[in-house]
Write a protein that binds this ligand. Structure first.
Ligand code: HEM
Length: 413
């Protein structure tokens, strides 16, 4: 049985073995017991290798070491994409995920272009946007005086509105923009069918048209937004039009469902662990701690992948040139070697080692400060405005391998 998985922008084919179990529905609903087995197996015999030669690293030490090692990258050693090898159909990669799919020096050059979008002054602006949008969304939910869906009514619209501010996308396009974000976000987990490919193609075509227009506009009237920076880079010859379109697309995809999952996972974890929501409601200044603990305990991005650019040994991992390694971020975050009682959600946890939910090394999440800010604002205002928030029905889980978080989370204030 073969499953196709996209991790870090790559589709990987796996055959029925322990690693591939993660692809099966019951394990995708709760992958943590599988991670525990993979960690134990790694400690006993070294990293588990799948039938297709893909190896999984599961311990905190090995995940961190692989992410930091410059001899591994997101492309093959000769710069080709993994998919151009012909071992997976080309329809697997209809979305160009920019930074996530390039190695230095292109990666360094392109990452520098997006960096100004996350400067402290810009972040202060996004905080104001996040607070205003969250207040509006909570007003609307409270006005309903009954159960509401935490995902549809808060966790999903908030990041899309903040990213629209980041890219300075006009309000008139916001709804289409949200639809494209949902479609493209779904591609992070692999492409399911030709119909899914058509949906993705429609979304990317629409986004290219919109960003193409915005680039033209900002070229004529530059502002402080990232699209203006990108338009300048094309004019100055530091990037091609295709590269900046892909980068703008990545900013939409990378910051949307990841943040939705963070907020959903946080509320879910606090509701499921006795005393945790009431602790936050009693002291909403714990919101930032709740964000960190959620990133560790139920990571919105569970895994990524790397390829060896030469024969390498990284700790207990041995890889031949061009072979792939599945990097289980969420497993590292539950490793008892660094996190005491790792399967317990604890707002007051002193994190002994930083979690790896934002990855590490060259591809460390560029949007981490923004994700933290949005999560903190959402949870703090939720706790202030709805201190008695409680579940109001069964959540609908996302059945996915890379992204993790509820699709629907019914709650009541
Ligand atoms: C990369 C997680 C929110 C922008 C990454 C990676 C992870 C990650 C794990 C690296 C993947 C790899 O190493 O292969 C998350 C999580 C988020 C979040 C868990 C929310 C809780 C955001 C936001 C933005 C963003 C809000 C911006 C709007 C990016 C970008 C990259 C990235 C641009 C590519 C960096 C590179 O390849 O150099 N993110 N992310 N992310 N993220 Fe985030």
């Amino acid at each position: 049985r073969i499953g196709a998985m996209r991790a870090g922008g790559y589709a990987l084919a796996l055959r029925g073995d322990r690693v591939a179990r993660l692809l099966h529905r019951p394990w995708r609903l709760d992958p943590y017991p599988v991670y525990a087995q993979l960690r134990a197996a790694q400690l006993a015999r070294g990293p588990v290798r799948s039938g297709t030669g893909l190896t999984a690293v599961a311990t905190h030490a090995s995940v961190e070491a692989v992410l930091r090692d410059r001899r591994l990258g997101v492309r093959l050693s000769d710069g080709r994409s993994r998919l151009s090898q012909g071992d997976a159909p080309s329809l697997m990669e209809p979305v160009d995920l920019s930074l996530l799919t390039v190695d230095p020096p292109d990666h360094t050059r392109l990452r520098r272009l997006a960096q100004p979008a996350f400067a402290p002054r810009r972040l202060a602006h996004y905080r104001a946007v996040a607070e205003q949008v969250t207040t509006e969304l909570l007003d609307r939910a409270l006005a309903r005086r009954g159960p509401f869906d935490l995902v549809a009514d808060l966790a999903s619209p908030l990041p899309i509105r903040v990213i629209s501010a980041l890219l300075d996308v006009p309000d008139v396009d916001a709804e289409r923009f949200a639809r494209w974000g949902l479609a493209l976000g779904s591609s992070l987990d692999g492409v399911r069918s030709p119909a899914h490919v058509r949906e993705l193609t429609r979304a990317t075509d629409g986004m290219r048209a919109l960003f193409g227009q915005l680039l033209e506009q900002r070229r004529a009237h530059p502002g402080e937004d990232v699209i203006s920076t990108l338009a300048g880079a094309v004019d100055g010859g530091t990037a091609t039009a295709d590269e900046v379109l892909a980068l703008a697309q990545l900013l939409l995809v990378a910051g949307f469902e990841t943040t939705t999952n963070l907020i959903g996972n946080a509320v879910q974890a606090m509701h499921r662990t006795p005393g945790q929501w009431t602790a936050l409601a009693a002291d909403p200044s714990l919101a930032a701690a709740a964000v960190e603990e959620t990133l560790r305990y139920d990571s919105p991005v569970q895994l990524t992948a790397r390829f060896a650019h030469e024969d390498v040994e990284v700790g207990d991992l041995r890889l031949c040139r061009d072979s792939g390694v599945l990097v289980l971020l969420a497993s590292a975050n539950r490793d008892p070697a660094v996190h005491a009682d790792p399967d317990r959600f604890d707002l007051h946890r002193e994190q002994a080692a930083p979690h790896l939910a934002f990855s590490g090394g060259a591809h460390y999440c560029l949007g981490a400060p923004l994700a933290r800010l949005e999560g903190e604002v959402a949870l703090r205002l939720l706790a202030e405005r709805m201190p008695r928030l409680r579940p109001a029905g069964s959540p609908v889980p996302r059945v996915a391998t890379v992204l993790r978080g509820p699709l629907q989370l019914p709650v009541t204030a």
